[in-house]
Design a protein around this ligand. Structure first.
Ligand SMILES: Cc1cc2nc3c(=O)[nH]c(=O)nc-3n(C[C@H](O)[C@H](O)[C@H](O)COP(=O)(O)OP(=O)(O)OC[C@H]3O[C@@H](n4cnc5c(N)ncnc54)[C@H](O)[C@@H]3O)c2cc1C
Length: 322
């Protein structure tokens, strides 16, 4: 084995794919299968939310946007290009990273729901996460990768198992590294039958822990949600689900009474800055790739490609600014 990756969320799988497709022999060891990770709960649209630092995130995000846009043209990946709006009840300008999105435009007043005063419309890749994670898992195995279901108790236990270890443990890096800078930002979502929504919708007003959004995925719509800092609870709470549906139905009445198909909870691995760097580890190298906050789907290919490039060139740091 050349590489041992910890974690089978979107960051572990894409890192595994990039390294395995570069010809290395890669094993992913994970405590939870891909469908039970935070990644499985995501909405998930390309966007650089709750993540830093801005300059590096913009570079990784650019790569993510390119790769996801290409995957949107391939059947079976679970990714497609979708259009939608981000809106606010107060004057709000588009986020800095929307400069990467072709077709971004400010909404006309007539496009805003009652009570909203600003917003923008754009087209971006959107992933149906359960399908996308299956696609990533299959692509990893096709490239010769192996997935092992087993927890890692301590990083020290892994020294000597492979010359390169990559830590993609998401929010659990807080204990595993340990790294107190990592904080869970709990997100709960509800899956309902789609009563006809075509476009996604995100309300960017600050109403912690609530954030109202809707992502149509064919026959289903994913309704959100929450941004609950410091909350580790992975159980879906019925009272939260009720409020999520009520918030969404207040904006789009077609959702009133929509049949509920499921509930998901994920713990966004928030850190002031993504940790993408390496350190000596026994005779080998330990890479860290965690702390992607609310943007792991969007950044995963950029971060994975940076590690693969550095590993192939025998480097210890990702290319680009330190
Ligand atoms: C509700 C919600 C909506 C979101 N929407 C978006 C969006 O629209 N766009 C976007 O880009 N991002 C979005 N995100 C954020 C995104 O989901 C995360 O940033 C991303 O999933 C993090 O991926 P990860 O692979 O780092 O972590 P995870 O998906 O949490 O995976 C971590 C992996 O590490 C494993 N692991 C941890 N500890 C150990 C251990 N000790 N031993 C073995 N294995 C271990 C776990 O079992 C798991 O397999 C959203 C998140 C939530 C919750």
């Amino acid at each position: 084995m050349d590489v041992l990756v910890i974690g089978a969320g979107v960051c572990g799988l894409t890192t595994g794919i990039c390294l395995a497709e570069a010809g290395l022999s890669v094993t992913i060891r994970t405590a939870a299968p891909p469908q039970k990770t935070t990644s499985a709960a995501a909405g998930a649209v390309w966007g650089l939310v709750r993540v830093g630092p801005p300059d590096r995130v913009l570079d990784w995000g650019r790569t993510g946007l390119e790769v996801l846009s290409k995957l949107a043209a391939e059947p079976g990946t679970g990714v497609r290009m979708a259009s939608g709006r981000e809106v606010s009840r107060t004057p709000l300008a588009p986020h800095y990273w929307t400069e990467l999105l072709p077709g971004l435009r400010i909404c006309e007043k007539s496009e805003l729901p009652d009570g909203f005063t600003s917003g923008w419309h754009y087209t971006a890749p959107v992933a149906t996460m359960p399908v996308y994670l299956d696609y990533l898992g299959a692509r990893f195995e096709q490239a010769g990768g192996r997935l092992e279901l087993a927890p890692v108790r301590s990083l020290a236990d892994l020294a000597g198992l492979a010359p390169i270890v990559v830590n993609c443990s998401g929010v659990h890096a807080r204990d595993l590294v340990p790294d107190p800078a990592v904080i869970p930002v709990r997100g709960q979502v509800v899956i309902v039958e789609n009563p006809g929504l075509q476009e996604f919708f995100i309300n960017r007003d600050q109403e912690p822990p609530w954030i109202t959004y809707m992502f149509p995925h064919g026959e289903e719509v994913l309704l959100g949600g929450t941004n609950d800092e410091g909350n580790w609870d992975e159980e879906a709470k019925p009272f939260i689900a009720e409020r999520i549906v009520a918030h969404c139905a207040a904006i789009d009445p077609r959702l009133r009474g929509a049949a509920i198909l499921g509930h998901r909870v994920g713990l966004r691995p928030y850190r002031p800055e993504v940790r993408l760097e390496s350190e000596p580890f026994g005779d080998g190298m330990l890479w860290h790739n965690y702390g992607h906050g609310g943007a792991g789907i969007s950044l995963s290919w950029g971060c994975a490609a940076a590690i693969a490039t550095a590993v192939r060139s025998g480097g210890t740091h990702p290319p680009g600014p330190p």
